[in-house]
Design a protein around this ligand. Sequence first.
Ligand code: HEC
Ligand code: HEC
Ligand code: HEC
Ligand code: HEC
Ligand code: HEC
Ligand code: HEC
Ligand code: HEC
Ligand code: HEC
Length: 527
Amino acid sequence: MQSDTWRKLARGLPVVLIILGAGYGCIDERIVFRDRELFNQPLDSASGFLGYYRPAEKQTTCGNCHVSFQRLWSETKHANAYADLEASGHAESFCYSCHTTNERGNLVTVAAGYHVKQDSVYFDVQCESCHGPGFAHVQAPSRENWPLATIKVDTGLTSGCGECHSGIHTPFVEQWRESAHGSGPGFNIAASRAECAPCHEGRTAIAATFGSSANYLEKSGTENQRIVCATCHNPHGSPYEHQLRASVSIPSRENLCIRCHSRTGTPTPPSFRGPHAAQGLLLLGENVGWYPPGFAYDTARIVGTHGTSANSRLCATCHVTFFEVTDKATGEFLLHSVGHTFEAIQCLDQNGLPKEGPCDLSERNFKACATSGCHGSEASARSAFTALRSRLEFLLDQLWFDTDGDREMDGTDAGLLPKLVARATTAADSNQINLNDQVLTVAEGAIWNAQLAAIESRSFWTSGRVFGRSFSAHYSAGEGVHNPFLLEALLIASINAVSKEYGLAVPAGVDLEIRATPPPGLRRVTQ
Ligand code: HEC
Ligand code: HEC
Ligand code: HEC
Ligand code: HEC
Ligand code: HEC
Ligand code: HEC
Ligand code: HEC
Ligand code: HEC
């Protein structure tokens, strides 16, 4: 009970309580006013940072009133930052700056807090690290002096999480900024549109996708925000690892990443826009793909090993990886890479530092596949990856290969679908592939599956034309890795369905057996 803390504080004092609980919508704890001041005079009186009310108990001044935040925060690593620094045995004077309460992380720009008074009152990353000094607020809390925190990260490191979570030991901001979450091209197109914002705009995602009504500086402003740190991490702590707003371990659409990476996986209704953020659906093997008539499996869910509890961190196993880089020649420490570019199999330079792609397969980092315990070694993961990619190329090419490289599905290209294009003489024929007419044909279902399985060497599936009409799609296969078995099964079934529907023969000798390991317990329908 939150009142325990309160009772401790109140013990032995004459108490007058006014409890504003239910009446105050956004704050979920009881805000309590008493007859004794709930703050000490700030040691750094110039800035007004209050810091701890009782350092020995890690009782923050803010937490005297905001009781539930105190409780949550006290469980986070921020509340132990000072002790952890000391315990490391490597503390030097410059270290304290990010492990204490001062002008870092908030809007204050002059030396303040611990930088003015090296007192235990300012140990740890407290409320005011992010909210700024609260002296004015605590004297007479009111809307005018709300110490709102910022969710910005990328302000040239003048405020926000990035003021501490940066540098070669903790380069979260630097890596995040390079990631699609920090600088992707979809932001300008999608952030301002209401139906897109829950996934594409940081503030809307906090509210709509993660259900938090909390207030902060930018909340009511008009400036759209990227998918910032506070979109994925709850600044005050959470029941999940690393203060995440949702678990990365649940294999469902409640998963942190899958909440957004799950927009469109099936062609219903059919559209010239193919799969969009289908990675999560594909990993889970649900609501994804076009199942041709007579599809050989009797289940709505075909999940590969990468999407089961055998891979306990799911997306994060491959996309959020931590490793240390030292100079090959001198052994000198170079970087602690923190996986916040969110890239899988990142490109690494000769020293092992992450670099921008594309790059040769030999320069890709397959460490996560081995350290996760899933693959015996980096080398075996790399060769499994190569084999899967060539298998997908082979199967995709049975449907269409853009022989002349013009991204148009011409009658002269290779594969079954171009044969259909070649013999189309009437509008009814060409409507077999018309992604604008709201009717889903076998050929269109096959195109959908090919788009789901598309890999970079077959990019024409994600942006091409047929009968003068264009189509587009987002990659979702992770070069096949997101669900090898299902992708193969869908492609093979599509090839057979196109062959049967349009009376087009699959060339003799084409191997249409699934090569990937089937998910345990999956049954074929006996026909
Ligand atoms: C004043 C510096 C500072 C600011 C500002 C700051 N942090 Fe931290 N943060 C730290 C330090 C130092 C640690 C490590 C503490 C420890 O482990 O002892 C940490 C730890 C964390 C952790 C815990 C990691 C884990 O393994 O559980 C998360 C998550 C985190 N910070 C996120 C954030 C977010 C999000 C923001 C902005 C809303 C933020 N931090 C602002 C300094 C800061
Ligand atoms: C630029 C800000 C900054 C500076 C300067 C800084 N740290 Fe940190 N430190 C952090 C952040 C942020 C984290 C949390 C990183 C994470 O969780 O991956 C952290 C985490 C740590 C941890 C890990 C605690 C744990 O849970 O294992 C230790 C120990 C530590 N720092 C020691 C130091 C030492 C020693 C120095 C000086 C040599 C130092 N820090 C300087 C920001 C900083
Ligand atoms: C690591 C940075 C950080 C720390 C530390 C931190 N906060 Fe916050 N706080 C934020 C951010 C960012 C928001 C807005 C986003 C959110 O809460 O999800 C916020 C929101 C709030 C709100 C507004 C809630 C609402 O419903 O509108 C209150 C009150 C608050 N914090 C109090 C505290 C108190 C008290 C502490 C210390 C016990 C604390 N915070 C520690 C960053 C922080
Ligand atoms: C004496 C009690 C008291 C203390 C101490 C206190 N607050 Fe508040 N705080 C309130 C009350 C009451 C409100 C809401 C009423 C109002 O201001 O309109 C509030 C509102 C807030 C809000 C805005 C919440 C929203 O819904 O937008 C934030 C953020 C906040 N406080 C942060 C802090 C921080 C950070 C500290 C420590 C520096 C702190 N408070 C200390 C009583 C307190
Ligand atoms: C709030 C929604 C949201 C969450 C949560 C989210 N993402 Fe994203 N992600 C996006 C959006 C939107 C983009 C595209 C951004 C753009 O291009 O502007 C994206 C892009 C990416 C990309 C780059 C894709 C490319 O084409 O290069 C990767 C990889 C990625 N996310 C992985 C993850 C992982 C892993 C997680 C979980 C740890 C995650 N995402 C959580 C919304 C989200
Ligand atoms: C798209 C979601 C997402 C965004 C945005 C994001 N993170 Fe993370 N963060 C994660 C995930 C997922 C993990 C790791 C989970 C795991 O390993 O199980 C993580 C881990 C961390 C950790 C713990 C690292 C450790 O040493 O174990 C820290 C600290 C952190 N993030 C800080 C930040 C900061 C600072 C930002 C903004 C610059 C940020 N994150 C942006 C998803 C996100
Ligand atoms: C359910 C979450 C979600 C919704 C809603 C959503 N998107 Fe996306 N979008 C994503 C994710 C996640 C990505 C990155 C992965 C991908 O491209 O498949 C993405 C990628 C994109 C990209 C590609 C960026 C690039 O890398 O080229 C564009 C453009 C885009 N979305 C536009 C939109 C538009 C416009 C809307 C609204 C009509 C919208 N999105 C609605 C989740 C969503
Ligand atoms: C077993 C490892 C693994 C897992 C698990 C995984 N991915 Fe991937 N992902 C990859 C690989 C490999 C790529 C291709 C990277 C490249 O080509 O640079 C990729 C690519 C992507 C891309 C870029 C678009 C694409 O499909 O090529 C996004 C977005 C993405 N993954 C999101 C996710 C999300 C969200 C999850 C969890 C639902 C997830 N991934 C799970 C390995 C994985």
